[in-house]
Design a protein around this ligand. Sequence first.
Ligand code: CA2
Length: 161
Amino acid sequence: MRLRYASRMSARIYLLNGPNLNLLGERETAIYGSQTLADIELLCRKSAASHGLELVSHQTNAEHEMIAWLQEARRAAGIVINPAAFCYHSVPILDALRLCECPIVEVHISNIYRREESWRSHSILAAACTGVITGLGIEGYRLAIEYLAQQLGAGAPGAVR
Ligand code: CA2
């Protein structure tokens, strides 16, 4: 199979998690589950590695840091982002996403359309992303990586390339 990027081993995917997600697994487990951010990173790292992709992972509670990482990721192979509550108001992050040249998957652990607070269902960032996965728990992150790998022509996990 002909790969769509020059060096598969150097193709890099960014996993970016927004505010408060460093506390996953500690509170509100009925909504977000009991798995931690470390569990998410491990899941994504394994999935990326199975496709020969490198994963760069960051979590931040600071908007300016998220913007800096999005700028760094601008020409990466893909971005998986759970912007958390940044998705409800951050125009600077919206602009940073629009400057990115790679596919972007927005992930939410909970189903933002089923939440008690109706305002949670409108992400202003979704319009700047390739697609959105919401409500599938941490499995959503893995599916996002699978999608990016497929777009890159990385093939099935374990496939001979
Ligand atoms: O479902 C998601 O992944 C969310 O992006 C999580 C955000 C929330 O603001 C979005 O509406 C949906 C962050 C939730 C607060 O973070 C917590 C972290 C650990 C434990 C409880 C909440």
